[in-house]
Design a protein around this ligand. Structure first.
Ligand code: ADP
Ligand code: MG
Length: 343
């Protein structure tokens, strides 16, 4: 009899505890969706399942909307329409796309042209966004033609706004818009805005190299690892991120092929028409927002260590971790990560 009572009491206690804990998550809720050519993962913490589900769904939808507008590979995107239009003529452009283009142009100026959102024709020549991915470099004379066309342009060949608001003009066939180095960051930042609006204040978005943190993981930092660029299973650095921070990594190991012992990858140097080879194999940038982090990691990769760190000085609150071709690394004093790979 006594045993029965104890059992009943235990069951009742468990029921109460279960009710008490039901809305208190013990681990993040993680959802993934294939977007922008990568697996995007959103983790939320501290909200009920229905709130998380709704917020994350809307955040993904927002990223899909931006991809529909800004993807170079979608023939019906607004960006593709501008790229297909007659060169030398003013074309209409939405305020949203113009805003991202303006940011890209600013990054271009501050990097002395190393970051170049007008290199779509060169990206087309290399074809890194195609399926299947390329296995040979394009013929050298095609690259030479492109470089010659660019040399004839006024600056980078993109004229935006000014006296013609909401208009854009691409100068000649050597220029076309490629926002691949910055649009993912913009999409992630917009997704963060949606999460917050929907009541999620603690989250982590990881869009294949572009990360953005919001708040904490139950009062503790979000713990993330940076890949070792030459070992898919290895970790080079770990970071404990808290609050409002973005982290973007650009490397030569995501989309690349080897030909005659040379590594060709998807970050291109507009000065040579070849894959960027400025001595770095991975660049991670920590910034207050994801678009800045995304653009800067690509720009610094192309610029290399010295010029890259000079560019970084124009961006308050931004820090970087650079991994050199010889495996060595450098991190700016404010970079949050801890190097774990050895010397
Ligand atoms: P990922 O897209 O793999 O995260 P990045 O953010 O570094 O990598 O961007 C690489 C993409 O940026 C390329 O696929 C291409 O679309 C574009 N790109 C390549 N070279 C440059 C460059 N010099 N300036 C601006 N964008 C570039
Ligand atoms: Mg980038």
């Amino acid at each position: 009899m006594k045993g029965r009572l104890a059992l009943l009491l235990t069951v009742a206690l468990l029921a109460v505890a279960g009710w008490w804990w039901q809305d208190r998550p013990v681990r993040p809720r993680v959802t993934t969706r294939l977007l922008m050519g990568t697996l995007v993962e959103i983790s939320t913490w501290g909200v009920t399942e229905p709130v998380s589900r709704r917020a994350v769904g809307l955040a993904f939808d927002e990223m899909a909307r931006i991809e529909d507008r800004m993807s170079r590979m979608r023939p019906d995107s607004e960006l593709a329409r501008i790229n297909q239009a007659q060169r030398g003529e003013l074309q209409p452009i939405s305020a949203e796309l113009a805003q991202v283009v303006a940011r890209g142009l600013e990054m271009g100026r501050l990097s002395s042209g190393a970051f170049d959102i007008g290199l779509a024709p060169l990206s087309d020549l290399w074809g890194f966004s195609l399926e299947p991915p390329p296995t040979r470099p394009p013929p050298p004379e095609r690259i030479a033609d492109w470089l010659a066309q660019r040399a004839r342009q006024n600056g980078n060949g993109i004229a935006l706004g000014g006296t013609a608001e909401n208009k854009i003009r691409l100068e000649n066939a050597g220029v076309g818009l490629d926002l691949g180095g910055i649009a993912k960051g913009y999409a992630v930042e917009q997704a963060v805005g949606i999460l917050r609006r929907e009541g999620v204040h603690d989250a982590l978005i990881n869009a294949g190299g572009d990360m953005r943190i919001l708040g904490s993981k139950g009062g503790k930092p979000w713990h993330v690892g940076l890949r070792d660029p030459r070992d898919p299973q290895g970790v080079a650095a770990i970071l404990d991120l808290l609050g409002e921070v973005a982290l973007s990594t650009s490397g030569d190991y995501e989309r690349y092929f080897m030909a005659d012992g040379v590594r060709h990858h998807h970050i291109l140097d507009p000065k040579t028409g070849q894959s960027a080879r400025a001595g770095l194999i991975s660049v991670s940038v920590q910034a207050p927002d994801a678009m800045t982090a995304d653009g800067l990691s690509t720009a610094l990769f192309v610029l290399g260590e010295q010029a890259g760190l000079e560019m970084l000085r124009h961006f308050p609150g931004c820090e970087a971790l650079l991994i050199r071709a010889d495996g060595g690394h450098f991190q700016t004093p404010g970079f949050i990560g801890r190097w774990v790979k050895g010397p």
